[in-house]
Design a protein around this ligand. Structure first.
Ligand SMILES: Nc1ncnc2c1ncn2[C@@H]1O[C@H](COP(=O)(O)OP(=O)(O)OP(=O)(O)O)[C@@H](O)[C@H]1O
Ligand SMILES: [Mg+2]
Length: 254
């Protein structure tokens, strides 16, 4: 489904990614882990069209993503969340989800302004499915509340709900458990697993919480200074000497 091949990008003199390759299949949960600054978020920024790599290819269901703009990539079914949770703070939870859906609404803003019945019906359906999505994430109680006033754990779930409203085929999650307590992390794990099982979605997750990574991933790739130093099943990765070294090394540097 997703193919990343020989990707390199640098910022000034810093090689943020060097010759990175990996593949993600339909229905797979693939984790990208590694110390701070390893290049994990940069991978997402390249896949979603925000950064242009100096080398390499990114293909998604046969399309060359590097030839497309971010909104075209989104329309082809790639959705993401951000490391620094980005909900629309002044909008209610339900409106956040509705915005996530907008790329699929056929009725444009101008037609909408005339209040045509077909447009209103489409909006009604969108609102219904937004409510269903919120319910799935245990967010039905907060539908009418301003997103910015919700606790971080709830905002993080809302951000995933918004990403899913676009009905993606590939979901990129950047540190979904960041700032969550153990109970919230546990809930999140179950939500992510259920998503994959019910929808056949491919999910790439960047995460520092090893319990979450080991608990949900089919495969794990480890980045260090922009290079892939290991890839395999969670259990293989957890005992890989090179991986342990990379993590301990970065602890020393801090
Ligand atoms: N837009 C940018 N301009 C300059 N440098 C950048 C930019 N984006 C990323 N970098 C640098 O590239 C490297 C990789 O950054 P990236 O954000 O991908 O790391 P990360 O693995 O997501 O780290 P963390 O776990 O801390 O989020 C870092 O050294 C970072 O400072
Ligand atoms: Mg990051």
């Amino acid at each position: 489904m997703l193919g990343v091949d020989d990707l390199s990008i640098s910022f000034g003199g810093l090689n943020a990614l060097s010759g990175l390759s990996f593949e993600v299949a339909k229905g797979e949960i693939f984790a990208l882990i590694g110390p701070n600054g390893a290049g994990k978020s940069t991978v997402f920024n390249v896949i979603t069209g925000l950064y242009r790599p100096s080398r390499g290819r990114v293909t998604f269901r046969g399309d060359d993503l590097l030839a497309l703009a971010p909104h075209q990539i989104a329309r082809r079914g790639v959705a993401r969340t951000f490391q620094n949770t980005e909900v629309f703070r002044q909008l209610t939870a339900i409106d956040n989800v509705l915005i996530g859906r907008h790329i699929h609404l056929r009725a444009g803003v101008i037609r909408g302004a005339f209040g045509l019945p077909a447009v209103r019906r489409e909006e009604g359906r969108a609102r219904e499915s937004a409510h269903a999505l919120l319910a799935r994430f245990g967010l039905d109680d907060v539908a009418g509340i301003e997103a910015g006033s919700l606790p971080l754990g709830v905002q993080k779930r809302l951000e995933i709900a918004r990403a899913l409203a676009a009905e993606p085929r590939l979901l990129l999650l950047d540190e979904p458990a960041g700032g969550l307590n153990p109970t919230e992390t546990q809930t999140l794990m179950e939500v992510i697993r259920r998503l994959r099982d019910e929808s056949g979605l491919a999910i790439v997750v960047v995460e520092h919480d090893m319990e979450l990574v080991m608990g949900i991933s089919d495969r794990v790739a480890v980045l260090d200074h922009g290079r892939k130093i290991a890839e395999g099943r969670p259990r293989e990765i957890a005992t890989d000497p090179g991986v342990i070294e990379a993590y301990l090394g970065s602890e020393d540097e801090r």
